[in-house]
Ligand binder design. Structure first.
Ligand code: ADP
Ligand code: ZN
Ligand code: ZN
Length: 659
């Protein structure tokens, strides 16, 4: 008799993750098979995650029915276990994340031909090859060296400035894998996954490929998934969830813009696709290439310690790097300019308009959070223990640190210099757009933010309009920091570089460095003189100074000491446990009690080297009618806490949070 260990859809508790069933005579199942099993009084779908011949010694029921073929590949079952462990997620949730909703639902599954398809996303236009592979340009010496590094090492960090030819290197490495009869997975941040990028891979490699992107319809997604599962495609290109695509004989995984916050899933399981990609490569033996102009400090430290091989592309293939200027907004205030646009930026935009060149004005905006910045000395009110900005919470009538819970009343003057010119950060794109239209009534202005980019192709349509020069100025959020190569852009303005700098997040300096580097990378593709004008009240901050000279290494070395002093990655791992409840008192009390219970459990189980902090109000304290409090743990091997953390309604966990 054979017994199967099954993760059951209807049983999603973390304390009991799998159930044992007998496999009836004549039924063939392997790990990865979807089965239907009796569960309580009903039948439920589930996934086989293990098999054993040994009698479990308890009475078990039999599997009722199984798919003809396993839905998931054996390495995926292993991957699901690893992800469940690391992210404190139920195993069944991780298995579910690997199967598109349409297929999970067991309805018309997209496995058949696509005759009834109505809308085709532009992304899929190039999924089938148009002809044989087109030979690419011969690699530069740096690119050739990077390719050698990839051939020699299993895991590589490819650090290269924007436009340095990283994508060419991924394609060359992909061609290597294809020649060996292996398949390729390419992960890119969702907004970088443009039809142009798909076309580039398709034309260069000349193989059928699948595209996985959240903008696809459920049916399209199911169809793309099946093409990968059946081995009908040689390359899968997708955003974060594509890391869970079923790809047999996987030989290469490329992650472009490693560390981008777009790779973090914000619902359970809250995985980070770069982390999962590393485990996927380990589970399949595939090579791994992590590419970025601005790798995370944690990833770069792995390269320095030798855990990742390092390949570098230090210069652009064509064009000049944009010249980065820092404009001191404190000086603007002293000169009587209270506008959010500095005189220097206005002058630069004037110049670009006169020369019929294009401008991008970039505004950082994240969430509805506010924190307080002094306009005169440029400092934000920070937690003394954590060295991050404190967040203003109207409900709590003050500022609090969302890592450790330290609270203080809202200051009326700057605690550093006494100035009364303190302000909340956060200007909206619409207001900026209005201001721009008033300043330059003759210019054609486009706005790109989440609101403007509604609809399946809204984002590409706006970028395309700008790329085809139907506008002179593009005003936008994070969305414009990446995306297309825009030849006519010679001027970019970062309207408020203080916002990422003082975001209440241990990665804020890293984010500011990355932002300025990325935005500057938008300009100067054509060889014309280009400039990036970065407005800040902190022109002396090391992350901006090093971004100005494009010196990642120097930034890294300046950033490490504070990571060490305040116990952040790479020196400690972080996890955040959030509790939410509609009743404010109840939320606070439950969180406090849970903290005590967890502290006791850590002692009892002798879990050492883990620090528990909080409760503190969550970064967004009030969300959808709930009051949210959080506990923070720091330390190593946090998977040890998986079985100890508080459970039940209202709790959620975020291991390796990105903010
Ligand atoms: P990245 O991915 O680092 O931003 P890309 O691979 O997109 O860089 O390259 C930037 C531009 O340079 C693209 O237009 C690309 O076609 C071109 N390019 C890249 N490598 C070469 C090369 N070896 N010879 C000529 N052009 C190249
Ligand atoms: Zn001040
Ligand atoms: Zn703190």
């Amino acid at each position: 008799m054979l017994y199967a260990e099954v993760a059951v859809e209807a049983g999603r508790a973390m304390d009991h993750e799998t159930y044992t069933y007998s496999v009836p005579e004549g039924m063939e199942v392997v790990p990865g098979h979807r089965v239907w099993v009796p569960f309580g009084r009903r039948a439920s779908a589930g996934y086989v995650v293990g098999l054993q011949a040994e009698d479990p010694g308890i009475e078990v029921k039999a599997i009722e029915r199984a798919d003809a073929e396993p839905l998931l590949l054996p390495h995926q079952v292993e991957l699901a276990r690893t992800v469940a462990e690391h992210y404190w997620a139920p195993l069944i949730e991780c298995l579910r994340a690997m199967v598109p909703p349409r297929i999970r639902g067991g309805r018309s599954s997209g496995a058949g031909p696509s005759s009834r398809q109505t809308r085709h996303s532009k992304l899929l236009a190039f999924a089938r090859p148009r002809g044989p592979a087109v030979v690419g340009p011969s690699l530069t010496a740096d690119q050739a060296r990077a390719l050698e590094t990839i051939r020699a090492a299993r895991c590589v960090l490819l650090r290269g400035v924007t436009g340095s030819g990283k994508t060419e290197v991924y394609m060359a490495a992909a061609a290597d894998a294809l020649r060996q009869g292996l398949r390729v997975l390419v992960l890119v941040p969702e907004i970088s996954l443009t039809p142009q990028l798909v076309e580039r891979f398709s034309v260069r490699l000349g193989v059928p490929l699948a595209v996985l992107h959240s903008g696809l319809t459920d049916l399209e997604r199911a169809q793309q998934w099946w093409r990968a599962r059946r081995g009908e495609v040689d390359l899968v290109i997708g955003s974060r969830s594509a890391v869970f695509a079923p790809i047999p004989r996987l030989g290469l995984v490329c992650v472009d813009e490693e560390g981008s916050s777009a790779f973090k899933q914000d619902r359970t399981p809250r995985y980070e696709a770069g982390w999962v990609a590393r485990r996927l490569a380990a589970a399949t033996g595939a090579r791994l290439v992590l590419g970025s102009a601005t790798p995370t400090v944690a990833t770069y430290s792995q390269a320095r310690s030798g855990a990742l091989a390092l390949a570098e592309l230090p210069s652009r293939v064509r064009g000049q790097p944009a010249e980065v200027e820092l404009v001191d907004m404190r000086e603007e205030l002293r000169q009587g300019n209270r506008m959010p646009l500095s005189r220097r930026l206005v002058e630069a935009v004037d110049g670009a308009l006169r020369a019929e060149e294009q401008t991008i004005l970039f505004l950082n905006r994240r969430g509805g959070a506010t924190f307080v910045l002094c306009r005169e000395c440029g400092r934000s009110v920070q937690c003394l223990g954590c060295s991050v900005s404190m967040v203003e919470h109207a409900e709590l009538e003050g500022l609090s640190c969302h890592y450790c819970g330290y609270w203080r009343p809202l200051p009326t003057s700057c605690p550093y210099c006494g100035s009364l010119h303190i302000r909340n950060l956060g200007l909206g794109t619409q207001r900026l757009e209005g201001m721009v239209r008033k300043l330059w009534p003759e210019a054609r202005v486009l706005r790109l933010d989440r609101d403007a980019a509604r609809g399946p192709d809204g984002y590409y349509d706006i970028l395309e309009a700008f790329a085809s020069r139907r506008a002179d100025i593009l005003v936008g959020t994070q969305l414009v920091a990446r995306g297309l190569d825009l030849d006519a852009v010679t001027t970019v303005g970062v309207v408020d570089a203080d916002l990422p700098l003082y975001f209440p997040d241990y990665r804020s300096a890293e984010a500011a460095f990355a932002l300025v580097t990325q935005v500057a990378g938008r300009a100067g593709r054509s060889g014309r003189r280009a400039r990036a004008i970065v407005q800040t009240s902190n022109p002396d901050h090391y992350s901006l100074r090093h971004a100005q000279t494009g010196d990642y290494e120097a930034f890294y070395l300046d950033e490490l000491p504070s990571r060490q002093a305040f116990e952040f990655p790479p020196y400690a791992d972080l996890a955040v446990l959030t509790y939410g409840h509609v009743d404010a008192d109840r939320a606070a009390t439950t969180a406090r009690e849970a903290a005590e219970v967890l502290a006791a459990a850590l002692l009892r189980e002798r879990v050492e080297g883990v620090k528990l902090q909080g409760p503190s109000p969550a970064f967004i304290h009030r969300l959808r009618g709930e009051y949210r409090w959080q506990l923070t743990v720091r330390g190593h091997r946090l998977e040890r806490l998986r079985r100890l953390v508080p459970r039940g309604r209202g709790w959620s966990y975020d291991v390796d949070p990105v903010s």
